[in-house]
Write a protein that binds this ligand. Structure first.
Ligand code: AMP
Length: 326
């Protein structure tokens, strides 16, 4: 698929001496894994080119994949090819200075409502952007170099964004490409431990969250992590946001939402679902995203209550009109 665009992208990479790789702010495993994996492949293949990541924020959770590159000057940006990965809109770019790059290429798997860049390679059906990078490697594997570190980064992105290869977005291609990455020498036991293990204290926090989860009659599960809760457990923004995953295994709850209070008292909303879509709700509350994983913002508690009612209605409607959900 998209052979021509991929070839164009490779030709651009070949023609620039300075290449920057960027991603969205508040990066997740896919944003980090895809960018670092691509950087490594390009560095191995073109050792004489200057190939750096250019982002303003990082993820503690992904620190095991190594540190970020240092500061990139405005001058360097102006002369560079910029590859922006996993970033649906230009507003979500971590370091927006990269938009001043000489040429911009977008590579993404989110819905393409706001196209940007000189070249755009978007495949919405892919489970992750890392999967696109694995596919890019596979397409040009006679021309590109890879090693176990690059493969580990890419596999990490694929694994995390597909919910450990469990989400509906996981296809035969996803697993074949993940297999290709494993073949490069990924140490899967170590990687899985990096991704899954938590300090014991974390489970006390988790039990506190569980005691606060509410499930409506129709099966919508939700939890509100206010600032007091975050202070009580001394949580980072990332740790508080993780709470959405605690709600994902409740029978009959085909949609679930975590509300995380921001320091300015606005509320970050993380919506997830299985079987049904949920992004239509996110879109009504200043947000958007994938069918089954989207985000939004509530500016007041009243807005949060309205969103809960709205999502609950959607769950009820889905259950009334569909069979086969669990
Ligand atoms: P999150 O819960 O923040 O991991 O978001 C899940 C997905 O929804 C991500 O892939 C984001 O791209 C998308 N998303 C999150 N917040 C927003 C937003 N405010 N507007 C549009 N898309 C969003």
């Amino acid at each position: 698929m998209n052979e021509e665009i991929k070839r164009q992208i490779l030709n651009e990479i070949k023609s620039f001496d300075s290449i920057l790789i960027a991603r969205h702010f508040r990066p997740d495993g896919d944003a980090i894994g895809a960018t670092k994996g691509l950087q490594r492949i390009l560095k191995l293949t073109y050792p004489n080119k200057d190939i750096r990541l250019c982002n303003k924020d990082y993820s503690d959770y992904m620190a095991f994949l190594g540190a970020e590159d240092g500061y990139v000057t405005d001058e360097d940006i102006k002369k560079s090819l910029v590859l922006i990965l996993d970033t649906a809109t230009s507003e979500r770019v971590s370091d927006d200075r990269v938009l001043n790059g000489k040429k911009i290429i977008k590579i993404d798997h989110h819905i393409d409502n706001n196209p940007y860049g000189d070249i755009s390679w978007v495949e919405e059906k892919r489970s992750s952007t890392a999967e696109l990078i694995a596919d890019f490697y596979q397409t040009f594997k006679d021309e590109l170099e890879i090693d176990s570190f690059a493969a580990t980064c890419i596999y990490t992105g694929m694994n995390t964004d597909s919910g450990r290869f469990r989400f509906a977005s996981t296809t035969g291609d996803t697993l074949r490409l993940a297999g290709l990455m494993l073949d490069q020498g990924v140490e899967i036991e170590n990687l899985q431990a990096q991704l899954d293990l938590r300090d014991f204290k974390f489970y006390s926090y988790q039990s506190d969250v569980f005691s606060r989860i509410k499930v409506t009659e129709n099966g919508l599960a939700y939890v509100f992590i206010d600032l007091a809760m975050q202070e009580k457990w001394n949580l980072s923004r990332e740790e508080s946001s993780d709470s959405v995953t605690f709600l994902n295994m409740i029978k009959g709850s085909i949609a679930w939402i975590a509300f995380i209070e921001n320091p300015d008292h606005t509320i970050r909303v993380r919506l997830r679902s299985r079987f049904m879509t949920i992004n239509q709700v996110a879109e009504r509350y200043h947000g958007g995203g994938h069918d089954r994983a989207s985000g939004a913002t509530c500016y007041t508690k009243e807005e949060m209550d309205a969103l809960i009612k709205d999502a609950d209605r959607e769950v009820k409607l889905y259950k009334e009109t569909h069979e086969g959900w669990i």
